[in-house]
Design a protein around this ligand. Structure first.
Ligand code: UT7
Length: 330
């Protein structure tokens, strides 16, 4: 078995920033309520009819490639984690074309806010078994397109963004993707969804239907309780299997859903608040993009040092939750 490590990270967000005051002009809410309940102050929203998740994903990918002077044609595989694709058949091929990675195979991965972690784990399997050398994993979402802007319980939360990581093969000694834990509870899938509503076409010649997707629906309280109860045990199981103690963790990088969730998980694990990576104040919940977006920012701020242990955990719709423990090797 070979090793795999994250070589470079890039990110992109749209220019338009919508702060809480602006949101309080369209729904009954306040900056104070949003900040105390979530920690979010503002979020970025993608505008323009011709702009899509692929544009953000491409920009993040090009930034990650540029940092290590890698050419797009050197990428073997692209995994695009998104729940807001341009095309239900998949958007990874559009990303492949847009960045000129014409030698890469490409596919979408749908696992909502756990998508980036699942993408990293999937990439590490392809690398460790010798199939590919250079894999681009992108977490990108534009959930603003699926937001009901008259529902104050959800429209305050989400923002748009993209984060990209280039994962490369290396020697076993240099391996940086140490272990993972993946979980799904499909029984609770209705707690957070963008459901498809089927309408039977009455005038059709044979039984047929044409439907449409609804807006984001979330039972916030249940998803909150799920995150705070399931994520700490997933992290602990993963660390235990690697014989790494909580004290050895340098950084905890959770899906940026709610500051209260980040603090509650850290408290349950006995991780001090100075080890929490958080940037949801500026970007809100960017779904699959949130972890690589925060990772890129932490790297730009030179917070992360060589050999640091980072616990990354995503959680959300599915319901899914996923942990990957990495060691920073660059
Ligand atoms: O990305 C996937 C993962 N997602 C998550 O992890 C999200 C998890 N859930 C949460 O983060 C929180 O549940 C929310 C931030 C969504 C909501 O916070 P909460 O503390 O659970 O509030 P709540 O839903 O229990 O609502 C409390 C009160 C209600 O009023 P009453 O019934 O007590 O009179 C709501 O109607 O707050 C009201 N409320 C609001 N008030 C002002 C709900 N949304 C708002 C709002 N502004 N935006």
């Amino acid at each position: 078995m070979r090793g795999a490590r994250i070589l470079s990270v890039g990110s992109a967000v749209p220019n338009l920033s919508i702060n809480n005051h602006k949101i309080s002009e369209i729904v009954e809410t306040s900056d104070e309520w949003i900040v105390t309940r979530t920690g979010i102050k503002e979020r970025r929203i993608l505008t323009g009819v011709n702009k899509s998740v692929v544009d953000l994903a491409a920009l993040a990918s090009i930034r990650a490639l540029k940092k290590i002077s890698m050419k797009p044609k050197d990428i073997d595989l692209i995994i695009l984690a998104t729940s807001s694709p341009n095309d239900l058949f998949g958007s990874a091929s559009q990303l492949q074309h847009q960045i000129g990675a014409n030698k890469a195979a490409a596919f979408d991965l749908t696992a909502a806010c756990s998508g980036f972690v699942l993408g990293v784990v999937t990439a590490s399997q392809f690398i460790q078994n010798g199939s590919y050398n250079n894999i681009l994993v992108v977490g990108a979402d534009v959930l603003s397109k699926w937001t009901n802007w008259s529902d104050r319980s959800t429209c305050i939360l989400f923002g748009d963004g993209a984060g990209a990581a280039i994962i490369q093969s290396c020697s076993k000694r240099q391996n940086g993707i140490l272990g993972f834990q993946l979980n799904t509870d499909g029984q609770k899938s209705d707690q957070l969804s963008i459901a498809y509503r089927n309408n039977v076409l009455a005038d059709a010649k044979w039984p047929t239907s044409k439907g449409e997707f609804e807006y984001i629906h979330m039972n916030g309280k249940e998803v909150y309780k799920f995150a705070v109860s399931k994520v700490p045990s997933s992290i602990l199981d993963c660390l235990d299997s690697l014989k790494i103690s909580v004290q050895d963790v340098n950084w905890m990088l959770l899906h940026q859903a709610n500051e209260r969730i980040l603090n509650a998980v850290a408290e349950k694990l006995g991780i001090t608040s100075d080890k929490i990576i958080a940037n949801l104040r500026k970007y809100g919940n960017t779904s699959a993009a949130s972890i690589p977006l925060a990772l890129d920012e932490a790297l730009q701020q030179s917070k992360i040092n060589k050999n640091d242990i980072i616990v990354m955990a995503g959680f959300g719709a599915g319901l899914t939750w996923a942990t990957v423990v990495i060691q920073w090797k660059c």
